[in-house]
Design a binder for this molecule. Sequence first.
Ligand code: DQA
Length: 143
Amino acid sequence: SIVFVLNGPNLNALGKREPGIYGGQTLADIEALCRAEGEKLGLAIDFRQSNHEGDLVDWIHEAGDVAAGVAINAGAYTHTSIALHDAIRAVKTPVVELHLSNVHAREDFRHKSMIAPAVKGVICGFGAQSYVLALHALSSITK
Ligand code: DQA
C-alpha cells in the first residue's frame, strides 16, 4: 500500500537548520530512511516537502484518494493551520502527526497543535526516528 510522508515549511533546510534541535540529517537522509523502512513494512513511500500550506492541503486530499495512510511533519503549520486540520478531517485516510523535536519541551507556542485533534495520533521527540515510528504506527493501523 501507498503511504504519503509529507513535510512542511523549512524542513528542506534540515541538516543545516538548528542541528542542535533537529539533528544533522538532511531531508534526503530522512527520505532514504523512510524508503528503507517502507520496504521492510511493505509500504510504498511517496515522500514530499513544501513550504506552502496549500500544497500540503492538496496532498492530503490526494492521499484521501490514493493512499492507505499519511505521516505528516507539518513544521510550523502544525501550530497555525486550521486549513490542515480541516483537510485531515475531510479524508478517511488515517493521518499520523510527527515531529523531530519534543515540541512540548520547547517554547509555549509549540505546545498547541491545530492538527492534533484531527489525526489518529502524534509522535514527537525522537529525531529522524520519529519518521520510522510514524510508519510503524501507520503499518499497525492500515493492515
Ligand atoms: C517541527 C517542530 C515545529 O514546531 C517546527 O516549527 C518545525 C519542526 C519538528 O519536526 O520538530 O518546523 O515540526
